[in-house]
Design a protein around this ligand. Sequence first.
Ligand code: C2E
Ligand code: MG
Ligand code: MG
Length: 354
Amino acid sequence: MWPHGRWAQCVGIAVFAWTLSRAGPAQAIPSPELVIGTLSSISQVFAVLSALLGGGAVAAGVGAAGRSSKRSRLTGWLIGGFGLLALAELEVEIRERRALENDLRRALGNGEFELHYQPIVDLASRQVTYCEALLRWRHPVRGNVTPAVFIPIAEELGLISAIGAWVLRRACEEAQTWPEHVGVAVNLSAQQFEVDDVFAVTLRALSLSGLCPSRLELEVTETLLLADKSETNGTLMQLRDLGVGIALDDFGTGYASLSYLRSFPFDKIKIDQSFVRELPERAECFSIVSAICEMARSLGMRTVAEGVETGEHIDWVKRSGCDLVQGYHFSRPVPASEIVAVIDACEQRFVAAA
Ligand code: C2E
Ligand code: MG
Ligand code: MG
């Protein structure tokens, strides 16, 4: 006959399998992508580990129950209970995530997306040169869902092409109504380059809106350049030849490899806000930002300091040699209906400060 411990282990495994299989009605067993996607935070990984350990502990506790103290039995059941609670929490998260995915599939058709815009100010000319388009999802029940949450899901579900094309079209249309010296910067996901003809999509957005290509800038991140694809470089070059600006976003995070700067002649480098935030307190940040600005200048690229929140930040980024600034100090991202007034207010503020 099996010992108690073996029975308890079987029960633990069965509970684990049952919990996962109840994750949703549409799929008996969740896909590995779904489980991995759901286990995206350390706390969730911890939950599963504790569930598995809990199962083991139940087994140990029950196994020991026949021959050992009440204390070990109690400990086994306590840890096992904690494991089951963790599994229940995981199940709720998997359900939540699936509901969000279903809602995201319908969001574009339901007109739940809108673009907000944030000015990027040239420190020398004291003018707003571009406004960055930042996607917002107004969920009918959840309220505003942040792009940091839904963009990765849209990428996983293969929805980013349709969403990205909509963003480009809408941004070009809206920028057409702004003062002529102001362009629009649009974020592109690396996945769009994998599945779309980004050049054709951009050309279409420009021709439908009538926006001059020099008023459009595309922001890409290092992820795009990780896999050294000559095709991607070719597309970026085609866009640049058309007159569209190309900016490297969030520079300094991720791999920050200098070889990217050699591989493509970016118009701008956007220095990640984590450096700018700490500029006043940390001398290393000042050294790094100054070095990036110096290097960019010698490569013929301009620099944008992201996340400028205070007057003190402005002083420091000026001292570091940045050309442009973006951040809450000038304006938070605002809806399309407010951006022309915000552009005007930013420029007036500079005039008043002069
Ligand atoms: P990003 O392209 O680096 O955009 C800048 C982010 O910093 C925005 O967050 C903006 O609201 C925030 N920000 C600007 N100034 C400040 C500041 O002074 N302080 C602080 N703390 N934050 C500031 P948001 O709008 O939540 O967007 C997050 C990210 O989502 C973007 O980072 C971009 O990577 C992605 N994203 C947004 N819209 C799109 C889109 O249309 N397509 C794609 N593929 N990604 C997008
Ligand atoms: Mg950006
Ligand atoms: Mg950025």
